[in-house]
Write a protein that binds this ligand. Structure first.
Ligand SMILES: [Zn+2]
Ligand SMILES: [Zn+2]
Length: 362
């Protein structure tokens, strides 16, 4: 097979468009693999920090996006390996963890490349070419095995949103002893509901503002109830308690990233409850005595996930018979990336993914 021809990549100029450019298929260097991209997800962070405007992220000076091929949620099949690859080979199906860390700092050694602070740290689709292309040049160290029972679309979802949801749920120890409340039913919240079921949560209740998103969530069959929030968090907590027939949920996760959503997660948690915050941005405001202390609450803050947890999640989803791709509402070929981004930035019901090898005409 010759890989010497050009390929197409998607770039985000920062003016609410996605443009296509031809570029050469890269050659893997030492410790690198070339991946034929099977699926590449569009993420809320791509929209929030790159698509409309190139913004700084996580304290960096200037824009965090360096004009590279976009997409940090890739999954695909390795077609070539560079020298000194030790674990993966041609033909292996993989999920790509979206950040290449230095590999040597304490966070990297824990598997949290996300928290690497070395200047060498690079995110796919932000500082180095990402997954919105026919091929992706990846570090072998960022590859996680994709089980045979899962599709590339499943893998792309695990690469970011499902990994983030899983880590947040692991922190609060979701299990069959209690119920789970999920606030915000965007892609991460849908993931949290699905994984929560897999982890054995007794019942799973979701809260979401958008009627369209509630309807989409209802169709997945993982939520026992989906509720529209009241203007006041305590009132919403009352609806949650009614739905559960209990004073609150033993575990709760905020995936909304909004102040109101976080208040709802805290108010909806039961006494001795455990609450995880994974939604990015905004602020947290809470009364302390009644809302936190007197309820003996534990709050966890969780940022993305580790390589080992991502690998474990992929295996678990396959064992649980749960398919992340069920939360995908729209699939587009690369040629329709602009349309895909417009939808993802607007009113998509669920997750939007690009399929680089899909024919142009759907
Ligand atoms: Zn993402
Ligand atoms: Zn590091």
């Amino acid at each position: 097979m010759s890989l010497k021809h050009d390929m197409t990549g998607v770039y985000l100029p920062g003016d609410s468009t996605a443009v296509l450019r031809e570029l050469a298929v890269p050659e893997p260097g030492p410790g690198q693999v070339l991946i034929e991209v099977g699926a590449s997800g569009i993420c809320g962070s791509d929209i929030g920090y790159i698509y409309h405007e190139h913004k700084g992220h996580r304290g960096v000076d200037g824009p965090a996006y360096r004009g590279v091929v976009a997409g940090h949620e890739p999954s695909g099949r390795i077609v070539a390996t560079g020298p000194a690859c030790r674990r993966f080979g041609a033909g292996d199906r993989v999920i790509v963890y979206h950040i290449a860390g230095c590999g040597l700092c304490d966070n990297c050694r824990r598997g949290y490349f996300i928290s690497c602070t070395s200047p060498e740290r690079e995110s796919y689709g932000w500082q180095r070419d990402g997954g919105h292309a026919h091929y992706l040049l990846a570090e072998e160290s960022t590859c996680v095995p994709l089980p045979d029972d899962l599709s590339y679309v499943d893998g792309a979802l695990i690469a970011c949103g499902f990994g983030t949801a899983y880590e947040g749920l692991r922190r609060i120890g979701v299990n069959g002893d209690g119920d789970l409340l999920v606030v915000g039913l965007g892609p991460v919240g849908l993931a949290a509901g699905m994984i929560g079921k897999g982890m054995g949560a007794r019942r799973v209740v979701g809260v979401e503002v958008s009627p369209q998103r509630r309807e989409w969530a209802d169709g997945l069959g993982v939520f026992d109830a989906t509720l529209a929030p009241e203007p006041d968090a305590e009132a919403t907590a009352g609806l949650v308690a009614d739905a559960l027939g209990a004073p609150g949920a033993l575990t709760a996760i905020d995936c909304s990233g909004s102040r109101a959503g976080r208040s709802t997660a805290i108010a909806g948690a039961a006494e001795w409850g455990r609450v995880s915050l994974v939604g990015e941005g905004g602020t947290l405001e809470t009364e302390v005595s009644d809302a936190l202390l007197h309820k003996q609450l534990t709050l966890y803050a969780s940022w993305v996930t580790s390589l080992p947890a991502m690998a474990e999640l992929a295996v678990n989803l396959a064992r649980w018979g749960l398919r992340p791709e069920r939360i995908v509402s729209d699939r587009f070929p690369l040629a329709k990336a602009d349309e895909a981004y417009r939808l993802a930035a607007g009113a998509s019901k669920g997750k939007v993914v690009l399929l680089p090898w899909e024919e142009q005409d759907r």
